[in-house]
Ligand binder design. Sequence first.
Ligand code: OAD
Length: 251
Amino acid sequence: MSASVDIERARRLVGKAPRVVALTGAGISAESGVPTFRDAGGLWRNYRPEELATPQAFARDPRTAWEWYDWRRSVLAGCAPNPGHRALARFFLRRGAAGLVTQNVDGLHTRAAVEEAGEGPPEAALPIELHGAVGRDRCNRCETRFPAEPLGDALPRCDSCGGLRRPDVVLFGESLDGEVLARAYSLAERADLCLVVGTSAVVYPAAAVPLATLEAGGSLIEVNLEDTPLTRSATVALRGAAGEVLPALLD
Ligand code: OAD
């Protein structure tokens, strides 16, 4: 089937679906210049994120683990939302209904929603961040959250209890926040359509979000440069860059 037929089919599906949920992954931020999790680790001091972004690494050598996150934050400071983030933000602002679930910790969906809304976007237009947000710290001891600050000579500590801070993200080997995950599943189960964008769909439990829509009888549109394990279940698979496909699909 030709690409233009596929996009028309997909546009019709979006148009007639009262409730849409979207699941995004690293691919949607690639066009913003955000290195993927794995590539970034490969480029930096020969560490792999699977070794550095762990609770054990923070316990063993918090300075090195923090320096890696500080580097990621500095990379992100130079990145901006791309047309894919903005098309999704406009779509959910227009629909006025919650539906955006992301595995990304880069905060670009939130920035796009703020930019597109022109003022404080409604809560429903903000993403559910399954893996947390790198732009926030969290106290290891009392769980208080803080906006991120650049790393100084001393390791960052909690203003309330003095405990060590850590980035407010899910590290390798940690469980996702149960309440956040339940909100995502609940949206997916009630959705008529799940739009899956820029994810390899291999990391669970995030990859189960589209399955919840499918199991409840909904349809699936996949936007990716290549096939994934979800492709054979997709009602329509759109091959292309998210920054080009999403405006054509949603605007
Ligand atoms: P991956 O890096 O595994 O997959 C990125 C996907 O995006 C691939 O399928 C690419 O084909 C696709 N892609 C790349 N550029 C694209 C573009 N411009 N437009 C559309 N698609 C594009 O990233 P995720 O699936 O997000 O977890 O990885 C999931 C999780 O693995 C991450 O959240 C992270 C990591 O471990 C944690 O940090 C907890």
